[in-house]
Every structure is written in structure tokens, then in C-alpha cells.
Design a binder for this molecule. Structure first.
Ligand code: ARG
Length: 452
């Protein structure tokens, strides 16, 4: 018997069935069911013999899922129903006892929390791996000068190591954000039942320990309604994807003939179907392009959850595809970024030639005047004038004559020319976190410690 006199419409089934994507929760669902059955037996809600029958069937289901031989049936609405149906086929009537003191509402929240915990953990590993690769590449290019940019205009010289370490720190923060996501999955939803709790003397702590949760969710209503950990995961993934996007974007620029700063290995590039000379940095381009997709998943889930009345609503089934695609995307991007960065080659000469542009030292010239007592704002104007006369005469700063210099400011002397010596302005950036070599070495140490 059933509440329903009519079969479900085919289009409704197509709309609501989630098996096509939530099959990925299968392994977590089996683990959870095993722990649940063990708890039911420990509390005398089912017998030990019944537990063993359920466990044997669950073991079989796990094998079938692992081997890809699990017999999905036409009527399977989602992975939870499919597994329970199969357990009942294998174990007989006792299979119907598995869902005692449990609802799909606390069940799915638990599966999703376990999925998030596993994938946040994987992301912790992968962000740390990429950060370590960046650190190694930085160390190999410790004293390679390059221009730093603002507005994509040459601004001040930095070392390539310093620039690469900027990404290393982003990845360290990403790692920490993903660790925070692991922490956000600490409370076990299971045991909340549909929403109000259950009519049996369950032991939720036992299940929590068994499934690796630090504790149990305090409020059954919150437990089945909560998807904060998914939002947290998506937020961490979106930020991380944005970092990879900026990294990818720079590699794309730097790989161009116009910059000529680097070349990705052949394993990370493609050719053109028509232009035989082409070598395109597609991996970097795709890192650049994937970020909005991950951010969109975050925004989409906020859209699903906002204004949603407590407790469970079918809307919440829409958490999964956003979560799964974000996890697949960020894990693949992290792996690709690691491979691409690990094998990239930089051109010392091209970087150095760009960094030798004396205009990069304009701020340093202004600071020379400041050290001689001129207020910075005035010095900014004086050097602006110098730059302008150099540009008007199509000269480098160091080609300006002594008389011209004195005309702009009597405070400008030999020191001006000394300062323009190639590289002199990198080693004066001695402030903490700055680009001088002792500071970059210090930074390498700290990054290494953060990743230890
Ligand atoms: N497939 C459902 C989901 O992903 C499982 C929970 C169903 N619960 C319900 N009350 N219909 O959200």
C-alpha cells in the first residue's frame, strides 16, 4: 500500500530523481548505514543477528559499488533508496529495519558532510603541494630581477622569487581555509531523524566516533537544515580558483612573444590546427577561465538556501551538483597548476632586460630626495619632471646631464647615477616583506615553516 493512488509522472521523475549524480555519495552512505546498524544493535533496537545480516548485505553493496556492478533499478530515486532496496534484496525482510530511527533528511546531511570533509581534506593536501612547488620554483629563481606591475604598467623591480611567493602565500591561505571547512563538518547530523529527533534511545556519540565526527549536532532542526559546510567548501574553492585564475592569467601573458618571460613545457601546451608555429598555454588559460564556474556554484547554493524555511526542503537536493562540480574542478585545477608550474621555464635574459628599465627606479630617485630633506610629495613632482624631460628627449634617466638634474633640483648629484646602476634599487627594498634578497630568504624560510 502507499499514500499514492497514481504513479508519478515521467517528467516529475526526471526532475526529482537524483541518482544520476548522488551515486557519488554511495561509499559514504554504506559506511554510515554500517555504523547506524551497529548502533541500533548496541542499543538493543535490533538484534545482533539482524545487525550481522545488514552488515553482510552492506559489505556486498560496497563491493558492487566499488566494482561498478551494483544493479541500479528503474525505480531508484536516489542513492539512499537504491542502497536500501539492494540491502533488502540481499538480506530479505530485515533490510527494512535499516531505516529505523533514521530519515533521509539526516542521512543525506551526513553523507554530504562526509563528502565535504573528504574533499576539503584532499584540497588541503593539493593546495599544500602546489604551495611547495611554488616555493621550490621561487627558490630556483631567487635573484632573477623582473618588473613588478600595477595597472599592467611597469612599476618597480622585484625578484621573480618574490612574485612567485605571492602565489605561495595565497595557496597557504587556501589550505587554511580548507582546513576550516574540515572543522565545519565536525557535528554529526545523523540521529536528528526527519527533523524532531527519533522515538528510540539512540547513541549518536557512538556513530559520531565511528564515522570520524568530533561530536553531534546539538539541534535536530538545525542538523537537517544545515548546509553551511557546503557553503564553506564552495567559498574556499571559489577563492582558491580565483587565485589559480590570476596565476594562469599571468602565465598566459608572460608566455606571449610580447612578454617572453616564460615558456610552459610541451606537456602543458597545445598547437593550432592551422598555424604550425603555434604553442598555446591552454592549461594556464583554463585555470584562468575555471574560476567563475566555481564562484557561480557558491552563488547558486546561496540562492537555493536563502529564504528557505526550516527544515528540509527538496530544494536542498540542489546542493550536490554544485558541490560535486566544484570539487572536481578545483582538484583538477590544483593538480594541473602543480604540473604546469613544476615544469615551466623562465627566461632570465628577457626578465632582466625588462627589469633594467630605469623608469622602474623613479620612486627610488624620489626617495633619494626625501633622504635629503625634501617632503615626499615635492620629490614626486621633481621626479615626474625628470621623467618627462627624459621621455621628451627620448633618453634614459641616466642620460640626463648634470645641468638638467640641477635645474630640476640642486639636491640631485652623483648619487642619482649610482642609484640607477642596474639592480641597485632591488636591494634597498629592505622593509619586512620587501623584495631585497635577505627579506626574500626570510620569506622562503617562513613559507617553508608554514608548509612543514
Ligand atoms: N535525494 C534527496 C536529497 O538529496 C535525499 C533526501 C530526501 N528527503 C526527503 N524528505 N525527500 O536531498
Amino acid at each position: 500500500m502507499s499514500r499514492f493512488a497514481e504513479p508519478q509522472d515521467a517528467a516529475f521523475r526526471a526532475l526529482q530523481d537524483s541518482l544520476a549524480f548522488d551515486w557519488r555519495l554511495g561509499p559514504y552512505d554504506v559506511q554510515q548505514s554500517r555504523a547506524h546498524a551497529a548502533m541500533l544493535a548496541a542499543q538493543g533496537i535490533i538484534s545482533a543477528a539482524e545487525r550481522d545480516q545488514l552488515h553482510a548485505a552492506l559489505d556486498q553493496v560496497e563491493r558492487e559499488l566499488g566494482q561498478g556492478s551494483f544493479p541500479f533499478a528503474d525505480g531508484d530515486e536516489d542513492i539512499h533508496m537504491a542502497i536500501e532496496r539492494r540491502v533488502t534484496e540481499l538480506a530479505g525482510r530485515v533490510g527494512g529495519k535499516l531505516h529505523t530511527a533514521r530519515s533521509r533528511n539526516d542521512q543525506v546531511a551526513t553523507d554530504v558532510a562526509m563528502f565535504v570533509r573528504a574533499h576539503a581534506g584532499a584540497a588541503v593536501e593539493r593546495t599544500a603541494t602546489l604551495a611547495r612547488t611554488l616555493l621550490d620554483v621561487a627558490e630556483k629563481h631567487l635573484d632573477w630581477p623582473m618588473p613588478g606591475y600595477t595597472h599592467l604598467q611597469r612599476a618597480q623591480a622585484v625578484y621573480l622569487s618574490h612574485h612567485l611567493l605571492a602565489y605561495c602565500w595565497m595557496l597557504i591561505r587556501d589550505r587554511d581555509r580548507f582546513s576550516g571547512v574540515v572543522a565545519a563538518t565536525a557535528a554529526l547530523p545523523l540521529g536528528a531523524g526527519a527533523l524532531a529527533g527519533v522515538n528510540f534511545d539512540t547513541d549518536r556519540e557512538l556513530i559520531a566516533r565511528e564515522l570520524g565526527f568530533a561530536g553531534v549536532a546539538e539541534n535536530s532542526i538545525d542538523a537537517v537544515s544545515n548546509r553551511d559546510f557546503v557553503l564553506d567548501y564552495l567559498a574556499a574553492a571559489a577563492t582558491c580558483a580565483t587565485h589559480l585564475s590570476r596565476l594562469g592569467g599571468e602565465i598566459v601573458l608572460w608566455s606571449s612573444e610580447e612578454f617572453g618571460f616564460c615558456e610552459v613545457a610541451d606537456a602543458w601546451a597545445s598547437g593550432s590546427s592551422i598555424m604550425p608555429q603555434k604553442k598555446n598555454p591552454d592549461a594556464a588559460e583554463l585555470l584562468r577561465a575555471k574560476a567563475p564556474r566555481v564562484a557561480a556554484h557558491l552563488v547558486a547554493l546561496h540562492g537555493v538556501l536563502h529564504g528557505l524555511p526550516l527544515t528540509y526542503n527538496k530544494d536542498m537536493q540542489e546542493d550536490k551538483e554544485h558541490l560535486f562540480d566544484a570539487a572536481d574542478t578545483i582538484e583538477l585545477c590544483l593538480e594541473a597548476a602543480d604540473g604546469m608550474l613544476g615544469s615551466i621555464r623562465f627566461s632570465r635574459d628577457n626578465l632582466a632586460a625588462a627589469a633594467a628599465d630605469e623608469m622602474l627606479a623613479a620612486t627610488d630617485v624620489a626617495d633619494l630626495l626625501v633622504r635629503r630633506g625634501m617632503p615626499f610629495r615635492e620629490a614626486h613632482g621633481v621626479v615626474g619632471g625628470l621623467v618627462r624631460s627624459a621621455i621628451d628627449q627620448d633618453k634614459a634617466l641616466s642620460d640626463l646631464t648634470r645641468e638638467e638634474l640641477t635645474r630640476h633640483s640642486p639636491l640631485l648629484d652623483e648619487q642619482f647615477f649610482a642609484l640607477l646602476q642596474n639592480g641597485a634599487w632591488l636591494e634597498t627594498k629592505r622593509s619586512q616583506g620587501g623584495t631585497s634578497l635577505p627579506r626574500v630568504r626570510e620569506q622562503l624560510e617562513r613559507a617553508r615553516a608554514a608548509l612543514a
